[in-house]
Design a protein around this ligand. Structure first.
Ligand code: URA
Length: 229
């Protein structure tokens, strides 16, 4: 990677400002001071220090996050805080994409990644990655068979669409539902199509990865193998 690309992707300055940034700051790769913005290096193998401070870099980085209610699954929003505001050091300088958004009032497992290929792999419908949600309903649940055989809902563009649950476990008002798609408000719409209102929704598992005891609002680095085989 070129030094100017490194500086801009890590939000120290724009590519245009790189030349003057390198003059004003001591940019070291391992033990060599670098002044040329077009110098190429491998930030996964070589260590960067700016003004004697080590700059953590890694690619790819995948995070799991326990999203609280009230946060939007976005990088920028006018009204609500964003899930990316919850990212802690040393990951704050990286640009994360959100894999499989959750509604603002939904809690639970969200995956963020710096790797476009991995994002595609876990969000593309062809991969059928199962996701498990815990839904708290307004009344005891008796419509398992309908959801397992498929119900017609409207997608985000108001097109009718058959959605199926892969598995359902019920405990009166609380239902654990597994789906392998991610249409707009899919879980709420599936329950609504058989007469139930979802009062609380939490995603607890994606692929092989469970939310476990990750605290609400916390994030943790994961590896690809934690999620998929
Ligand atoms: N289905 C929903 O209805 N909402 C979510 O946030 C996720 C899945």
């Amino acid at each position: 990677m070129r030094v100017d690309k490194f500086l801009s992707s890590m939000k120290f300055c724009t590519r245009k400002q790189a030349k003057s940034f390198l003059e004003k700051h001591e940019f070291m790769i391992d033990d060599k001071r670098i002044l040329a913005q077009n110098h190429s290096f491998d930030p996964n193998l070589e260590k960067v220090y700016i003004d004697k401070t080590y700059i953590y870099y890694e690619f790819p980085i995948h995070l799991m996050l326990n999203k609280p209610k009230g946060y939007v699954s976005a990088n920028k929003d006018e009204m609500f805080p964003c899930v990316t505001d919850l990212i802690k050091e040393p990951y704050q300088r990286f640009d994360f994409s959100i894999a499989g958004r959750l509604d603002v009032d939904t809690e639970g497992l969200l995956i963020l990644t710096t790797d476009g290929k991995f994002l595609h792999e876990i969000t593309h419908p062809n991969y059928h990655l199962p996701k498990v949600y815990e839904a708290h309903l307004d009344q005891p649940f008796y419509h398992e068979a309908e959801l397992l055989s498929g119900v017609t809902i409207l997608d985000g563009k108001q097109n009718p669409y058959v959605a199926k649950a892969l598995e359902i476990k019920t405990n009166e008002h609380i239902v654990y539902i597994t789906i392998d798609e991610g249409k707009f408000h899919q879980v709420k719409r599936m329950f609504s199509s058989v007469g139930y209102k979802v009062l609380y929704l939490k995603r607890i598992k994606i692929g092989k990865l469970s939310l476990g005891d990750l605290k609400l609002g916390d994030c943790q680095k994961i590896e690809r193998r934690d999620l998929v085989d």
